[in-house]
Design a protein around this ligand. Sequence first.
Ligand SMILES: C[S@@+](CC[C@H](N)C(=O)[O-])C[C@H]1O[C@@H](n2cnc3c(N)ncnc32)[C@H](O)[C@@H]1O
Length: 227
Amino acid sequence: MNHIETWSKLKNEEDVMNDHHAPFWRAMIREMTESDLHAASVLDFGCNQGGFLRTLYRIKPFRRGLGVDLAVKSLEVADALKGNMPIHYSTPEILDEMKEEIDAAFSHDVIYLLPDLRDHARRIKNVLRPNGVYYAATGCYAEMPLWPLWKKEVESYSNIPLPDYSINDFAEAFWAEGFDVAVQKCIPEGFVTCWEGREAYFPKVTDFLKYYDYKIIFRFSKKEEAA
Ligand SMILES: C[S@@+](CC[C@H](N)C(=O)[O-])C[C@H]1O[C@@H](n2cnc3c(N)ncnc32)[C@H](O)[C@@H]1O
């Protein structure tokens, strides 16, 4: 796919993602089954400004991190913020040159934007080591009651066209590539901030809580290939 400058046409939407997504990143890290990443190479697919990998590194330090995104300006921000963490940022073509180098891959609210899920599953399979895992979280799909509202809103500023997936489409793409598929809810710890001025996404305060019935983490695990 073509590179873009930033995913969102609105600078504010791009910048608030850090604050809005951080509780979900922590929930993904809490739910993952791997407790020690010291020897692991990790990938964040659709890393934007790099907040997920910085959060992961602080909670579970890893040996090497790679963040990829189509948005080149966001990658520049991520790179400027990484300090001395062992993280490299790049556009996604870098994955085409890699084979079985990643122990654990992640994506947060990215898979719903991808035009070809089967192709994505194939690429992730190619970069994961045997028995490697891919945690992909999203709440953006047809069965989520707020999705029609969200889709209209996100389409107004996204520099990437929005597909319209059913929750099963994600699982089917990874089953077709031979992955084991498991799911878990992605629920932040403690109290939930009711962001002011977000009525376009959460018309009622109760919607902040209802969303957690649908925000899920897939755990796609790559099976060892039969010899
Ligand atoms: C909703 S944002 C989520 C960003 C980040 N994962 C987070 O949790 O804040 C989606 C991101 O996916 C990126 N993206 C969309 N399609 C992509 C693709 N085909 N390859 C790589 N990145 C992609 C966008 O540029 C954007 O940065």
